[in-house]
Design a protein around this ligand. Structure first.
Ligand code: F6P
Length: 571
């Protein structure tokens, strides 16, 4: 523990000098205080670790074993039910008819799958793959991971109409743009809302079906399922329901745009605990409740109280498993670099930039490519030497806005390539396809710079994946200030993605950063992600849930006794 803290503090101190230099360079001489104060970061870190130690009675690294022990100690090994729209394994048919398993591009799945491997239980999700029905048993269950069979996926089937209204419509044309400041108007339609309600009920029914006990621990994930906590509580009043919102929560004014704001808030408050990535999102949520619902807000204990029942509202910044299993068996970084350059048909000395995203307008992919253009404009010596490769997984393509984005990204890449390309030199390589994690990690390892340019993002696990991939301590992360990750990965070059000069300056700085500086930054970020990994995230939530559960059981017992005594007195 001490060694880890010393590493984080020491490297954070050593890169500060360089940060000032960079800021001076980017801002034309003046210093800004955009980068977060060092001391506050470290103090929070120490506080967090110490509190946890006291609560847990054990120190050391967080790993699957420690998570299992925490689960046993705090929740007496009760079964966990995870619920999300997206499933962790999707079964698809290959053109020859054989069944393949795909790992979806989803931060939610990346984070929660290792938790489920550690704890086992059931994961309830929409069965969206063409071959999903072919592999389930009579209870719509299939054991996964395919070769290990540790936990079950229980698939919920949706009709085409339901998927259109609930997933594409209300969730992704309504709530998604409502919650992200990315300048796309939310669209709210009554039929979509009706489907959203019905589908939430379907998921809630599946939970009750799978629970097996009166007081299961249910982890509800994300904005697709805001109504499910209340629906579950109605049937299982003693359940411990933990909701986690993976995307930003907007300001109360903005949230007020939604015609069903009251119903959504009320649905969420059926949970015992609600988690967000940052304190700012928690505050926005509490402000929204304050403005639109009859309830009492206890800002000191971070809780919303409705009719005597309280819901805790807490920040739990999400993370990755550590070490990431996709790195097992992957060649060392120099070899990945050699093979990636070869496969792209690039000379071995090429400077390589990498972007990895779903093709989503919140990810700032257009701004990213424009920053590459600006870089080539400002630094002509990089023309012919620098190539940016964008891995872009097609996403939500039934929605017009996503199709428009697809075209616009392709058009920008084409324009920049015509402007700066020559002979075999193509500055932007756009790979619009789903890439399985081992491929993505090979690209992270091959890169000189990874640019995450989200316009608004709850956390962004691509940034943490890049850090995890670089066990060679080489490469630079350029990171949007509008991601939750920027609050934690303070050794990244943090930029405003709308400011193309600043972003281009950071890319230039990254490409010329001395090796020892790259090392120092990566070492510190790696120590941070290793320490604050997904097992700690889940452990903290489950420990807090355990406390709630003990408190509820105690108050349940007390009120039972009180009722019995009262009845006795009446008789
Ligand atoms: O984290 C936000 C999120 O919408 C997840 O809920 C989801 O799994 C992921 O992004 C990818 O999106 P989708 O599931 O719509 O493909």
């Amino acid at each position: 523990l001490c060694a880890c803290l010393v590493t984080i503090v020491a490297v954070r101190l050593s890169w500060r000098g360089w940060t000032r230099q960079l800021q001076r360079m980017l801002k034309g001489g003046e210093e800004t205080d955009e980068f977060r104060p060092l001391l506050r970061d470290v103090r929070e870190l120490v506080d967090d670790i110490m509190t946890e130690r006291e609560a847990d009675g054990e120190g050391g690294a967080w790993n699957p074993d420690r998570l299992r022990r925490t689960l046993g100690r705090n929740l007496h090994g009760e079964k966990i039910v995870i619920v999300s729209n997206r499933e962790p394994y999707i079964h698809e048919y290959d053109p020859d008819g054989t069944i393949q398993v795909r790992h979806p591009a989803s931060g939610l799945v990346t984070a929660l799958e290792p938790v489920m491997r550690a704890c086992s239980g059931v994961w309830i999700a929409h069965g969206s793959g063409a071959a999903d029905r072919a592999v389930v048993d009579a209870h719509d269950r299939v054991m996964v991971p395919p070769d290990e069979k540790i936990y079950a996926i229980r698939r919920v089937w949706l009709t085409e109409e339901e998927e259109k209204g609930y997933y594409y419509g209300f969730s992704n044309e309504g709530l998604w743009p409502l919650c992200h400041v990315a300048h796309t108007r939310p669209v709210f339609r009554t039929p979509d809302w009706n489907h959203y309600r019905e589908v939430n009920q379907k998921f809630a029914d599946a939970v009750c079906d799978e629970a097996g006990v009166e007081d299961p621990i249910v982890l509800i994930q994300d904005y697709h399922l805001a109504l499910a906590p209340r629906m579950i509580r109605q049937k299982l009043p003693r359940a411990t329901v933990i909701g986690f919102w993976h995307i930003p929560w907007p300001s109360a004014e903005r949230f007020g745009i939604c015609p069903w704001r009251v119903e959504l808030l009320d649905g969420m408050l059926g949970a015992s605990m609600l988690g967000f990535h940052t304190q700012a999102h928690c505050n926005n949520f509490m402000d929204s409740v304050d403005r639109y619902l009859e309830s009492r807000i206890d800002r000191e204990s971070h809780a919303v109280i409705q009719q005597g029942r309280s819901t805790l509202i807490r920040p739990y910044p999400i993370s990755l498993e550590w070490p990431v299993r996709w790195l097992d068996g992957l060649p060392p970084a120099p070899e990945c670099r050699r093979s990636v350059l070869e496969e792209l048909g690039l000379p071995q000395g090429t400077l390589l930039g990498v972007g990895v995203d779903r093709l989503d307008y919140t990810k700032g992919i257009e701004e990213r490519l424009l920053a590459v253009e600006r870089l080539l404009e400002l630094q002509p010596d990089l023309v012919g030497r620098f190539v940016f490769v964008q891995l872009a997984a097609p996403s939500r393509t039934a929605i017009d806005r996503y199709r428009d984005l697809n075209e616009s990204v392709a058009a920008i890449a084409k324009r920049v390539n015509i402007r700066f390309g020559a002979g075999s030199y193509v500055p932007i390589i756009l790979k619009r396809a789903h890439h399985e994690p081992p491929v993505v990690f090979r690209y992270y390892r091959a890169a000189d710079v990874c640019y995450v340019s989200s316009l608004d993002d709850g956390m962004n696990l691509v940034a943490k994946e890049f850090v995890a991939a670089r066990d060679d301590e080489r490469g630079v992360l350029v990171l949007s200030q509008f991601t939750g990750a920027a609050r934690e990965l303070t050794e990244a070059l943090v930029v405003n993605p709308y400011d193309l000069d600043e972003a281009a300056g950071a890319l230039a700085a990254a490409l010329s950063m001395p090796e020892d500086e790259q090392k120092a930054r990566l070492r510190s970020m790696r120590a941070f992600v290793a320490e604050f990994n997904i097992y700690r995230w889940a452990g903290r939530m489950l420990r807090d849930a355990g406390r709630l559960r003990r408190r509820d059981r105690l108050s349940g017992r007390l009120s039972d006794r009180f009722r019995a005594a009262f009845r006795g007195a009446e008789a």
